[in-house]
Design a binder for this molecule. Structure first.
Ligand code: FAD
Length: 480
């Protein structure tokens, strides 16, 4: 394993034997009980190739009933499991740490219903985000979330991680957009909370426990989600700023002057852009030389083509005149817009290609956010390439430390410093990626002891044997 882990396999979990395998085959059919080494190798390894489990078994259920039978059996035999969607998670949450059975949702990919009047989509957890985006596009709607991993990540994984992404600044988090869900508990009980109502104050709203709990409380099988109508005018600007303070002031101005049409406000520093230009095929800087210190993408989405464009152009002109931006270009067509997005969305891939990467996904007060990047640069000197990018409009920094290969002495200079710094500034050590395995024992930097204790009690109540995604989210000492 590339990444230091202090976890030890919990001996209370049973290892899978041939009788178990026969039982799983009787539930799913032979074809959907995967023991093939190549397939397992992929499923055991995370997107960053940082974590590697040693599971010998992956199950591919096609229905809620099959998930229920699998979990009921695993619970009775104390077999640990890891729910897996598209396996694009960035915190080592979707892969087994030891020999947990992988329950992969890829074959649960049906769209159940779509109501054009309310915009409510009901679908199975294994639907790939990009497929949902295309489906809705044909209906004249959009998904309220979008992220660089859309071609592989699944809506069940998105909801389980409470994924944020590029549109949160406009449409809010999944806690607001998910109207209902169906989930299977550790003992196989199916919880039907698949409501499609916008308003329903009948008791505790338990669906929220599953949104963002990273498969530690149940396996989500179906989702009902509110989708906004697709608006006719979308504009995208790629801008340059000379310093971080201008990026902040520009954000405030954008909220004031573009408020109702602003749909994304993303930033990357010149070090991030450099990586993209070096490592991503076809990537080209939309702006002529010289290079600037920071780059901002502003997207607007509205219903009036000419007035939206006029508004954005006037905003850009004023920002140029006042010196908030040093240069900028408006995408002239869809191809150009997607080439701008390719740069911002391509940063994680470029980092991967550059070697090893330590990734930190932090919520911080916007005015403090970039101080951390600079302090980290000073701390690590020439040993690493420290880059900052992310969802500035949401106060979400992706601090990434790129190194030729993983190195524990560098890691010791980064952690716990990065968590202590974030905690001192009242930030969150996980803005949108979750805690997974990477930060299971770091939760106390962002949550009080009483809160963590209540979480552990809820986990114990819902999953008494702790079979659901062990070694993730909460410190193992509290859940074993
Ligand atoms: P997986 O990686 O398979 O699983 C993630 C977690 O959810 C695991 O803990 C897993 O056990 C659990 N899980 C999966 N499915 C279920 C289920 N049905 N029921 C219960 N638990 C389940 N994230 C953002 O928030 N914003 C971004 O902008 C963003 N950009 C990204 C860009 C790239 C290039 C990449 C590689 C990743 C990015 N991510 C981003 C992270 C990742 O894509 C998200 O966390 C995504 O929501 C994970 O979905 P998935 O289907 O791949 O889930």
């Amino acid at each position: 394993r590339n990444y230091a882990t202090s976890a030890e396999r919990n001996p209370k979990f049973s290892s899978v034997n041939s009788e178990d395998i026969s039982h799983f085959k009787s539930i799913l059919g032979e074809k959907y009980v995967i023991e093939d080494e190549d397939k397992l190798d992929d499923a055991n390894t995370d997107w960053m190739r940082k974590y590697k489990g040693s599971s010998k078994l992956m199950l591919q259920p096609r229905t809620t009933e099959e998930v229920s039978q699998i979990l009921k059996y695993c619970n009775s035999r104390h077999i640990a499991v890891v729910p897996q969607g598209g396996n694009t998670g960035l915190v080592g949450g979707s892969i087994p740490i030891f020999d947990e059975v992988i329950i992969n949702t890829s074959l649960m990919h049906k769209i159940v219903s779509f109501d054009k009047v309310s915009g409510v989509l009901v679908c199975e957890a294994g639907c790939v985000l990009e497929n949902l985006i295309s489906f809705l596009d044909n209906e004249g709607f959009i998904m309220p979330l979008d992220l660089g991993a859309k071609g592989s990540c699944q809506i069940g994984g998105n909801v389980s991680t409470n994924a944020g992404g590029l549109r949160l600044v406009r449409y809010g988090s999944l806690h607001g957009n998910v109207l209902g869900l169906e989930a299977v508990l550790a003992d196989g009980t199916v919880l039907d909370m698949l409501g499609t109502l916008r308003k329903d104050n009948t008791g505790y709203d338990l669906k929220h426990l599953f949104i963002g709990s990273e498969g530690s409380l149940g396996l989500i099988t179906k989702i009902s989600i509110l989708t906004p109508p697709k608006l006719s005018s979308v504009n995208l600007a790629f801008l340059a700023c000379s310093d971080y303070s201008s990026c902040q002031k520009l954000l405030l101005e954008a909220k004031r002057k573009l408020g109702e049409i602003l749909s994304a406000y993303e930033f990357l520093d010149v070090q991030s852009l450099d990586l993209v230009l070096k490592h991503l095929e076809g990537a080209r800087n939309p702006l002529p030389p010289p290079m600037h210190n920071f780059y901002i993408l502003i997207e607007t989405t509205g219903s009036d083509e000419s007035s939206d464009k006029e508004k954005l152009e006037a905003f850009l002109l004023r920002s140029l005149e006042s010196g908030l931006i040093s240069d900028g270009v408006l995408a002239q067509d869809i191809q150009q817009a997607s080439s701008f997005w390719h740069i911002r969305e391509g940063v994680p891939e470029a980092l991967m290609k550059a070697g090893g990467v330590y990734k930190y996904d932090l919520s911080l007060p916007v005015e403090k956010m970039y101080d951390l990047v600079e302090e980290m640069r000073t701390r690590l000197g020439s040993a690493a390439n420290v880059v900052g990018y992310g969802h500035l409009g949401d106060g979400n920094l992706h601090l990434n430390i790129s190194i030729p290969q993983y190195d524990n002495t560098i890691l010791a200079q980064i952690e716990p410093f990065v968590y202590e710094w974030t905690s001192k500034h009242h930030g969150s050590i996980s803005a949108e990626h979750g805690l997974g395995h990477m930060k299971a024992d770091k939760i106390h930097y962002s949550k009080s002891p009483e809160t963590v204790q209540l979480m552990a009690s809820i986990k114990k109540l819902m999953d008494p044997h702790g079979i659901l995604n062990p070694y993730k989210v909460l410190p193992p000492s509290l859940t074993s």
